[in-house]
Design a protein around this ligand. Structure first.
Ligand code: HEC
Length: 283
């Protein structure tokens, strides 16, 4: 069940090349943690040696499907030095292939029996993870997994895999004001819901008006916005199931079923995209 399908990358290619000469074995990999003041570089062995590393069981694993067990460190502990006080602060989890999840920092810090809890799963040398469904490489070296994701609205985009860096950043709306909606829009305008859905679901792969750090899919407002060149029905179909509109072997855009994006959220997304046409900024 490949929910998110992403393309190859240099590390993956390297891994394939190495695996031709060495038996399948995960390599120790670096992880960068940037708390806004300093940058700490750690790596696989150091993370595995932490006293708070345990084995967690993850049900309904988003990348692999099914139940899986991981050596993991609480996300909360890895972001312990990130500043507190900004309720909108964000944890950017950047992956090797240009994917970048924007996870609310409060969610990364949440714990307790009734809340979602995030973990950084660590691929141990000698215990390589399998390839992701339909792909040639696995979710390693680091993969953000969640216990009780439904308890706190964890979207599938927060299950970032092939993670290389964790960064303290402002909320997307504050970091990139060019993606916000016109402040004069009524509070219940669907474009406002659309912006929230876009941040939680699309921004990890797409920029809009240049906003974002993802390098995976196209900018959705520059130079043109899909609402300007897709027929309305086809755009909705595309978001639900891209392959129902057009497909090719290296397609990477996943589809979003109603349990991931409700009809109201989809209406909101379209309203947001339409609204952004009038707010296009120069490239
Ligand atoms: C995992 C990455 C990923 C996510 C998440 C994602 N997309 Fe995409 N999207 C892509 C890629 C990559 C393409 C280019 C086509 C391809 O390779 O599949 C694309 C193409 C598109 C296109 C077609 C653009 C064109 O001109 O061809 C639209 C529209 C689109 N995405 C909208 C969205 C919306 C809306 C969301 C959020 C609900 C979203 N995408 C989430 C990766 C993603």
């Amino acid at each position: 069940m490949p929910i998110r399908i992403r393309g190859g990358n240099i590390a993956g290619t390297l891994g394939v090349l190495l695996s031709l000469t060495i038996a399948p074995m995960a390599l120790a990999a670096p992880l960068t943690i940037e708390d806004g003041t300093q940058t700490v570089r750690t790596e696989t062995e150091a993370l595995l040696a932490r006293p708070d590393r345990i084995e967690v069981t993850i049900e309904r694993d988003v990348a692999y499907g099914g139940t899986r067990r991981y050596q993991a460190v609480p996300l909360e502990a890895l972001v312990a030095t990130f500043p507190s006080g900004d309720p909108d602060a964000t944890l950017e989890a950047a992956a090797l292939d240009g994917f970048a999840a924007q996870i609310p920092l409060a969610l990364a810090r949440s714990s307790g029996p009734a809340a979602a809890r995030g973990w950084l799963a660590i691929e141990a040398p000698g215990a390589a993870w399998p390839a992701l469904p339909g792909k040639s490489e696995g979710a390693g070296p680091f993969y953000i997994v969640w216990e009780r994701p439904a308890a706190s609205g964890v979207t599938q985009e927060y299950w970032a895999y092939q993670v290389a860096a964790l960064r303290y950043v402002p909320s997307p709306e504050r970091r990139w004001p060019q993606m916000t909606v016109d402040a004069a829009l009524p509070a219940d305008h669907p474009a406002r819901l659309g912006l929230r859905t876009f941040v939680g679901t699309c921004l990890s792969c797409h920029r809009i008006n240049g906003a974002g750090t993802a390098e995976m899919g196209p900018d959705l407002n520059q130079p043109m916005n899909p609402t300007e060149y897709f027929q309305a029905d086809a755009l909705r179909r595309f978001i639900r199931d891209p392959a129902s509109v057009r497909t090719w072997p290296d397609r990477k855009m996943p589809g979003f079923a109603p349990d991931q994006i409700s009809d109201a959220q989809l209406d909101g997304l379209i309203a947001y995209l339409e609204h952004m046409v009038s707010r296009r900024t120069a490239r």
